[in-house]
Design a protein around this ligand. Structure first.
Ligand code: DUC
Ligand code: ZN
Ligand code: ZN
Length: 463
């Protein structure tokens, strides 16, 4: 019997801290050896000229999430995880949304039923707490956290989701007691309501005014408040999808004061601006997400956050809706006001190529920072054991990258369920040419070779 099931030969391994040439020996889905001239294998993969990176972990995606009456998300678990695999990912973390009045366990049952035997990559769920009743806080959440659902998300905006400060404090307190990590969507709900009403009153209803209804102070204020609430409870917090300097500086200040506040940013804040929403017709709806893309100075601030370690997580916030579809961006009411345009854009397949190309290929970040920001830090932050590194004992979740390969992002070549990409036309240098999940190829040479039975649910111990 051969020593290894598979050996990846002649590649260049990169981890969050180092880059070196070595072969990788895989047995039973795990990395069991890293060394020179490993040859005793059933399958040998020649990775000459390629980078051998841990598979991407996208810890912020929305899949099959209810999104309002008549609105349907463009991806189910099959299409989202297929797109994820084509984009060099081996793990996604979607949300389980608790609807008002619903036990979270009931919501979880529904999401598991949708995901089971329907995923090309591994997955785990964050729990969106929309209704923190005494029963949810006192019994349900502690039990769920103990069962391995160890991350929660709270919203400071949206009619059916926004929690009061008191409710957020209560959730943070349960997280502290039970060992969960809380993410926050930081935008001030009342300020947005005020601005939306004023814009509509003045007849400013096109997609562009979505951005004007959620300016930077709306996000900065909520970021500051959320951090203060976490400080009061003495608990860690992840501020997700940060879009601008002022919010980034709030996080930096908190970190410098010794608080454990994690920051996340996303591709839309590096390569899009609010100008993209400006269209006399409805095309701007393709870029409507929250917080909205800002301006060039904000892009630079987000790069600075990544370079200087204020942001340790780079996620897609994949939240796809079809554009030309009454169940998507062009829902009939969207034409009456930006208020009704579903919030969110696709990005699970394009996250890694965009950061690789704009970051590594253009010299803004190192290859090791790329690995940390897209894989290793997600595993560490959210407690994914044996994921996020090329190391002995770790799962053989691997993306092979051709750092020189050029491509143009275009809808025709993507695999998500949306009918557009907001990143259409972006030129990329550096491409994931193969994705391997626990030692088996899911995507190879542009072909899907895995099965939707391959991706497993992974639970995560309390912190
Ligand atoms: N928040 C997200 O995290 N994703 C999409 C929409 C939103 O508001
Ligand atoms: Zn959010
Ligand atoms: Zn999101």
């Amino acid at each position: 019997m051969a020593a290894f099931d598979t050996v990846i030969r002649h590649g260049t391994i990169a981890t969050a801290s180092e880059t070196y040439k070595a072969d990788v020996g895989i047995r039973d889905g795990r990395i069991v050896a890293i060394g020179e001239a490993l040859t005793d294998a059933t399958v040998i993969v020649d990775a000459a000229g390629l980078l051998v990176l841990p598979g991407g972990i996208d810890s912020h995606v929305h899949i099959s999430q209810p999104s309002g009456e008549g609105i349907v998300m463009a991806d189910d678990f099959e299409s989202a995880t297929r797109a994820a695999a084509f984009g060099g990912n081996t793990f996604v973390m979607p949300y389980c949304l608790q609807q008002k009045g619903q036990p979270i366990r009931e919501a979880l049952k529904e999401y598991h039923a949708l995901a089971d035997r329907n995923c090309y990559v591994d997955h785990s769920f964050h729990l969106i707490v929309a209704d923190p009743t005494d029963a949810v806080l006192g019994q349900e959440l502690p039990a769920l956290i103990a069962d391995g659902y160890s991350s929660l998300k709270v919203f400071m905006t949206y009619a059916d989701l926004a929690l009061s400060d008191l409710q957020i404090l209560n959730v943070l307190s349960v997280a502290r007691e039970s060992g969960a990590l809380v993410q926050v969507h930081a935008e001030n709900y009342d300020a947005i309501r005020f601005l939306v009403d004023r814009l509509e009153r003045d007849g400013n209803v096109g997609p562009y005014f979505h951005a004007k209804s959620r300016p930077i102070p709306v996000e900065r204020e909520a970021t500051h408040r959320a951090i203060s609430l976490a400080e009061l409870v003495d608990v860690s917090l992840v501020v997700v999808h940060v879009s601008n300097r002022e919010s980034m500086e709030e996080i930096r200040r908190a970190q410098m004061r010794g608080l454990t506040i994690y920051g996340e940013t996303c591709p839309q804040y590096l390569v899009l601006t609010e100008e993209d929403l400006k269209d006399l017709g409805m095309q701007g709806a393709k870029y409507v997400c929250s917080p909205p893309p800002r301006d060039f100075a904000s892009q630079l601030a987000c790069w600075e956050g990544l370079q200087q370690g204020v942001f340790t997580l780079f996620s897609s916030d994949h939240c796809p809706f079809r554009y030309d579809d009454p169940a998507g961006k062009l829902t009939p009411r969207a034409r009456t006001s930006f208020r009704w345009i579903p919030n969110g854009i696709p990005g699970v397949e394009t996250r890694l190529p965009i950061l690789f190309s704009e970051g590594v290929s253009k010299g803004r970040i190192t290859l090791n920072q790329f690995v940390a920001l897209t894989s290793s830090n997600h595993a560490k932050t959210y407690g994914l054991k044996g994921k996020g590194a090329i190391a002995v004992g770790y799962d053989a979740d691997i993306a092979l990258w051709d750092p020189k390969r050029k491509a143009t992002l275009t809808q025709a070549n993507l695999h998500h369920g949306a009918d557009y990409t907001p990143y259409e036309g972006i030129e990329i240098t550096g491409w994931p040419v193969a994705t391997m999940l626990r030692g088996n190829f899911v995507v190879r040479d542009g072909q899907l070779v895995g099965t939707k039975l391959g991706g497993h649910y992974v639970n995560r111990a309390p912190r």
